[in-house]
Design a protein around this ligand. Structure first.
Ligand code: NAP
Length: 276
């Protein structure tokens, strides 16, 4: 088994994830895994970084596929005995003008951004080593979507005692409410992406609390973040930040020094803790 530290970035064949891998290759003292659901796109991204003189490693990962997540889990457990840095970056967004019915957009978006990200956490968080760093890439849109929720929902999402099961029930209810055409009546905002990212931010708050309760003394820090508005296939060419600039906050959180005990369980944007 290798004693080399290891970092893993989900959805890193392009966009912000690729920029996070590039920065970690330069700054993280260990092996860095670029992962992609499509091995061809993943290997092409690895080759691109190799051209730049960097040495990322590759492993397939489709976060929508539990078998794929478990294959990565087993590989990391057997080869490294755990994980030092996990960046949950993979995500999707429908374009604003996409004609797909809202209920379908809700189901598909929640499936990857919330439920699949949660599956990755369920399988990989038990492997986090002491002083491990977990970064869940959410969005400022989670904050605006939260403000668009009913007072009752806002209270639930801001609660310091909400459980993962309760959060899963709420995310499931959103999808069901969109299918029944009653999501606005039920207090939800009209954004599937926004609700999926509420899920990511609240999940991060819950997981940080569980780490405090169950693994105190291991110094693992887990946070949600917004990369900013970044020029990628998702956000388009008009966004102000380059992928490298978008990677700055996730990389800052991934490389928090071992002496740090904060931030933890926070929503971080521009390397600054934001109110939730
Ligand atoms: P992007 O360029 O579209 O890249 C998304 C990445 O996620 C791609 O590598 C994509 O792989 C991967 N992915 C999607 N579904 C996956 C799955 N099921 N399994 C594994 N990988 C999957 O988007 P981006 O702008 O870099 O976004 C990265 C993250 O930042 C997302 O979580 C996004 O919500 C968040 N974010 C972005 C912005 C922004 O302005 N860009 C702002 C706030 C938050 P494929 O190439 O195979 O599709």
């Amino acid at each position: 088994m290798s004693s080399v530290p290891v970092a893993v970035v989900t959805g890193s064949n392009k966009g912000i994830g690729l920029a996070v891998v590039r920065a970690l290759c330069r700054q993280f003292p260990g092996d860095v895994y670029l992962t992609s659901r499509d091995p061809g796109r993943g290997q092409a991204a690895v080759a691109q970084l190799q051209q730049e003189g960097l040495r990322p490693l590759f492993h397939q990962l489709d976060i929508d596929d539990l078998q794929s997540i478990r294959a990565l889990r087993d590989f990391l457990r057997d080869k490294y005995g755990g994980i030092n840095v996990l960046v949950n970056n993979a995500g999707i967004a429908f374009k604003v003008d996409d004609p797909t019915p809202f209920a379908v957009q809700a189901e598909v978006t929640l499936k990857t951004n919330f439920f699949a990200t949660r599956n990755v956490c369920t399988e990989l968080l038990p492997l986090m080593k002491p002083y491990g760093r977990v970064v869940n890439v959410s969005s400022m849109v989670s904050c605006s979507a939260l403000r668009g929720c009913s007072q009752e929902l806002q209270q639930k999402f801001r609660s310091d005692t909400i459980t993962e099961e309760e959060l899963v029930q709420l995310m499931t209810k959103f999808v069901e409410d969109t299918k029944r055409g009653v999501h606005e009546k039920e207090g939800w905002p009209n954004t599937a992406y926004g609700v999926s990212k509420i899920g990511v931010t609240v999940l991060s708050r819950i997981q940080a609390r569980l780490l405090d309760e169950q693994r105190k003394g291991e110094h693992i820090l887990l946070n949600a973040c917004c990369p900013g508005w970044v020029r990628t296939d998702m956000a388009g060419p008009k966004a102000p930040k380059s992928p490298e600039e978008g990677a700055e906050t996730p990389v800052y959180l991934a490389l928090l020094p071992s002496s740090a005990d904060a931030p933890h369980g926070q929503f971080v944007s521009d390397k600054t803790v934001k109110p939730w």
